[in-house]
Design a protein around this ligand. Structure first.
Ligand code: 5GP
Ligand code: ZN
Length: 112
């Protein structure tokens, strides 16, 4: 989508600190990190949020990327958090599906 920030990152029109990419996904550092390591895992294709996912198997492949990046970034085996904010009440601010991968500190619960 032409006015989507994350599509612009996928296309290389907005710079991002990429830590992983393949033909289906990219992972890059969040511009406003909430933990020492805070990455965003996104599909290259524009899907607005979790409820709009048609290809459910894509989510399995996405979580395989989460596992790969967790090892790559030294988050596993100690632990980390994966977050998806879905929709307005879920706190989603960018309408391109993304999973936050957070770690490098002890995570607290409950979230705000
Ligand atoms: P949400 O609130 O939708 O779950 O998360 C959106 C995330 O995208 C936020 O953590 C925000 O800091 C991040 N973000 C927004 N715009 C940009 C950008 O242009 N570049 C990067 N790297 N992250 C962004
Ligand atoms: Zn998009």
């Amino acid at each position: 989508m032409s006015d989507c920030i994350f599509c612009k990152i996928v296309q290389g029109d907005i710079p991002a600190e990429k830590v992983y990419e393949d033909e289906e996904f990219i992972v890059f550092a969040d511009a406003n990190p909430q933990a020492p390591i805070h990455h965003l895992v996104i599909p290259r294709d524009h899907i607005s949020d979790l409820m709009e996912v048609k290809d459910k198997e894509m989510l399995g492949r996405l979580f395989a990327v989460v596992q790969k990046v967790a090892w790559q970034e030294g988050l596993a085996p100690e632990g980390f958090r994966v977050v998806n904010n879905c929709g307005e009440k879920g706190g989603q601010t960018v309408e391109h599906l993304h999973f936050h991968l957070l770690g490098g500190r002890f995570m607290e619960w409950p979230p705000g």
